[in-house]
Design a protein around this ligand. Structure first.
Ligand code: TXA
Ligand code: MG
Length: 394
C-alpha cells in the first residue's frame, strides 16, 4: 500500500479541505495517522471491527489490548457508554479536551473488536486542533492507539510514524512535533473509587484536587508478579522498549529525593504547564532546589562508572543526562533528555531520544532518573518500563 503524507500548513488555522480526504478514509474503513497533544495516533473508525483489525495488523499488536475511542465533543460520548459516573462527569469538565482517557461501561454500539473483548470502553477528547477537527469531519469516533509498531517507543513526530507505518496505512497527517510527548493519563471511572491505570500529563495531584480519593493500579508502580493482571491490558507488555539494554540509576531513599514542595499545598507546577509547546509556563517552584546535591552527584558518578565499564569492554554506550549535568560526562554518546528543572521538557523529549539511540545502534544505555511527583510519575513509569525495571540504586 502506498502511504500518502500530507502536511498541515498552519495548525492554528486549519482549513477543512486539508482534512476532508483523511476524514473520508476513516469513514470508509481505512487508517490515518494524526497528531494529538500527547503522541501521534493511528486512527480508524471505532465502530467498525474491520478497521480495528487493520489497526492491530498495522501495529503488530495483540488484539486483546483494547483501543481508545477519540471524540471531538461531549455529545459524542453518550452513545458509546451505558452511563457517565459522577467522577467521570467531574473529570470531563475539568480536563477535556485534554490528555485524559477515561474508562466507562460500554454501550452495545461499541464493538468488542475495539475493546479487546472488554465490556468497558476507553474514551478521550484530544486537545489538538488537527485531531479534533479530523474526528469531527469523520463523523465517527476514532479508535487510535499510538502510531508506533508494537514494542517501539511511541511516535512524537510524523517522521517517527513514517519509520514505523510507511506502506502499512493509507495516510499520515504531519502536524509537526507533539506538545506533551507521553501518552494520556488513563483513569477508570467505572469502579467505586476512580483508579489511575496509566500516569500522564493529568497528574495524580491534579486528579486528587478534583476527586479527592484516587487509587493507583499497581501496574504503574513496578513490575507485576505473574498472578496480578493490570487493569489496562496494555500495561502488561514491555512497551517503549529501545533496542539497547537500558539501566536507570536512582537514589536510594525515595523520600530524600522529593522536590521538597508539599504535594497538596505547594506550587503545582503541572497546572502551570503549557503542553502545546512543552514549556513550563509557571516559574513558581524550582524542583532542583529541593534535591539533595549529594545524591545527585552520586547518581551522576554511578552513571559515569557503569558506562565506563561497558566502554572499556568494547561496547557502544549511550548516556541519558540532563541540560544541567551535560558537562559532567565525557565518554559515550551523551544526550540530554531535557532540563531537570522542567519536567515538561523531559517528557517532551523522552521517546524521541530512545529512538535516536536505536538509530545510533548503541548496545547499552545508562540514564539518570527523576523525582516521581507531578509529571515525574509518568516520566519514571515510561523510563522504568523501557528499562524492564532494571534500576541500580545508589
Ligand atoms: O495519549 C494517548 O492516549 C494516545 C493518543 C493517540 O491518544 N493513545 C494511546 O493508545 O496511548 P494506546 O493504544 O497506545 O494505549 C491505550 C491503553 C492501553 O494500555 C490499553 O490497554 C488501555 O489504554 N485501555 C484501552 N481500553 C481500555 C479498557 N476498556 N480498560 C482498560 N484499559 C484500556
Ligand atoms: Mg501505545
Amino acid at each position: 500500500m502506498e502511504t500518502k503524507r500530507i502536511i498541515i500548513e498552519d495548525r492554528n488555522h486549519i482549513k477543512d479541505e486539508e482534512l476532508r480526504e483523511a476524514a473520508g478514509i476513516l469513514r470508509s474503513g481505512g487508517l490515518v495517522a494524526f497528531p494529538t497533544e500527547t503522541v501521534y495516533g493511528l486512527g480508524g473508525n471505532a465502530l467498525d471491527e474491520d478497521a480495528a483489525r487493520k489497526i492491530y495488523a498495522a501495529k503488530g499488536r495483540p488484539s486483546d489490548n483494547p483501543l481508545i475511542a477519540h471524540v471531538s465533543c461531549m455529545e459524542e460520548v453518550a452513545p458509546l457508554v451505558k452511563e457517565i459516573p459522577e467522577a467521570g462527569r467531574k473529570l470531563m469538565e475539568a480536563f477535556w479536551p485534554g490528555p485524559l482517557t477515561m474508562i466507562f461501561p460500554k454501550s452495545d454500539k461499541v464493538p468488542c473488536g475495539t475493546t479487546g473483548g472488554l465490556d468497558t470502553v476507553a474514551i478521550r477528547m484530544p486537545d489538538d486542533p488537527v485531531a479534533n477537527r479530523l474526528i469531527a469531519l469523520a463523523g465517527v469516533p476514532v479508535a487510535a492507539p499510538s502510531a508506533n509498531t508494537s514494542g517501539r517507543p511511541s511516535p512524537t513526530t510524523a517522521d517517527h510514524v513514517w519509520q514505523d507505518m510507511n506502506g502499512r496505512i493509507e495516510m499520515i497527517i504531519d502536524g509537526g512535533p507533539v506538545g506533551i510527548g507521553v501518552e494520556s493519563t488513563i483513569v477508570d471511572v467505572s469502579s467505586a473509587v476512580p483508579a489511575v491505570l496509566r500516569p500522564g500529563a493529568i497528574t495524580m495531584e491534579m486528579l486528587e484536587e478534583v476527586l479527592g480519593e484516587v487509587s493507583v493500579d499497581p501496574a504503574i508502580l513496578g513490575p507485576l508478579s505473574a498472578d496480578v493482571r493490570p487493569k489496562a491490558p496494555g500495561m502488561k507488555y514491555k512497551h517503549y522498549a529501545p533496542k539497547a539494554d537500558l539501566t536507570l540509576v536512582e537514589p536510594n531513599a525515595e523520600t530524600d529525593w522529593k522536590t521538597g514542595t508539599d504535594r497538596k499545598h505547594g506550587t503545582d507546577r503541572e497546572n502551570g504547564t503549557d503542553w502545546k509547546n512543552g514549556t513550563d509556563r509557571n516559574t513558581g517552584a524550582d524542583p532542583e532546589n529541593g534535591l539533595d546535591e549529594r545524591q545527585l552527584q552520586a547518581m551522576i558518578r554511578k552513571v559515569q562508572e557503569l558506562s565506563h565499564e561497558k566502554i572499556e569492554a568494547g561496547y557502544k554506550v549511550g548516556v541519558i543526562c540532563t541540560d544541567e549535568s551535560r558537562d559532567c560526562y565525557t565518554d559515550g554518546a551523551v544526550r540530554s533528555i531535557g532540563a531537570r528543572k522542567s519536567q515538561a521538557s523531559v517528557a517532551h523529549n523522552l521517546y524521541a531520544l530512545l529512538r535516536e539511540f536505536d538509530d545510533l545502534g548503541v548496545d547499552y544505555i545508562f540514564s539518570e532518573s527523576f523525582p516521581k511527583d507531578h509529571l515525574g510519575q509518568a516520566i519514571m513509569n515510561r523510563l522504568s518500563k523501557a528499562a524492564g525495571y532494571k534500576i541500580v540504586k545508589v
